[in-house]
Design a protein around this ligand. Structure first.
Ligand code: 0O2
Length: 202
């Protein structure tokens, strides 16, 4: 089988995983809203990584373009981003996701407690979920990124900057973005406190 056909199969399998995870998350959120009368998720987005981006990622990691390398080294072929209002929502959502029986947590990265050098903050989970492809059960990885609206705002501009300058982001822009990430973190913490005051300490 040539690599284009292999890619088509990979995309089909990961699309099944994306549908499954989206459905489970919707059910999870409906249950939460029914119970607490509050929806911590402002919005959510899903995407399947393009073939070009998958190839770029393997090239950056100096790996050959093979099915094994794709499956073992590109953990975010399916990416789901959950954006919420408050820092505290992030940890509630992580805990809810961790309790979904079909989701097997493979990796947790708390870039809120340990921000990346760029200033990037977000909580990442890599989960493995079962899919049924042509009558066979298989497990597929999905990346879930959970972040606040403010963190998402920062990440979105940072993504544009990375795209424009690639590896050569000018130092003054890097420093400015880092400074803004600190401001955003302070703001997020203040918003949690103010929300507690407004809601009588809850
Ligand atoms: P895209 O376009 O969002 O898909 P990996 O790079 O995934 O092989 P690593 O280092 O373990 O391995 O991944 P990491 O850093 O935990 O997560 C990678 C993803 O996090 C990125 O995916 C981005 O979505 C996001 N991310 C990480 N660092 C930054 C950052 O400094 N700025 C922004 N805006 N996003 C970041 P991709 O595939 O790089 O990009």
């Amino acid at each position: 089988m040539n690599i284009d056909d292999e890619f088509d199969i990979i995309i089909t399998k990961y699309s099944l995983a994306k549908d499954l995870v989206e459905n489970k998350l919707k059910i999870m959120m409906n249950d939460f809203v029914n119970k607490h009368n509050y929806n911590p998720i402002e919005h959510f987005k899903s995407r399947i990584k393009s073939k070009e981006s998958i190839i770029n990622k393997l090239n950056n990691k100096k790996l050959d373009i093979t099915v094994d390398n794709i499956v073992n080294n590109v953990k975010d072929i399916v990416g789901i981003r959950l954006v919420c209002s408050f820092l505290t929502d992030i940890y509630d959502i992580v805990s809810l996701i961790s309790n979904i029986s079909q989701f097997n947590i493979i990796e947790r990265k708390d870039y809120i407690t340990n921000p990346k050098e760029s200033g990037y903050t977000s909580y990442h989970l890599i989960i493995s979920v079962p899919i049924n492809y042509k009558g066979q059960k298989e497990f597929v990885n999905v990346e879930i990124q959970i972040r606040t609206v403010a963190q998402d705002f920062w990440a979105s501009l940072n993504h544009k900057i990375q795209y424009k300058y690639e590896e050569n982001i000018p130092n003054d822009i890097k420093e400015e973005m880092y400074e803004y990430s600190l401001i955003i973190n302070q703001l997020d913490k203040k918003m949690v406190n103010l929300n507690k005051v407004v809601n009588g300490g809850k």
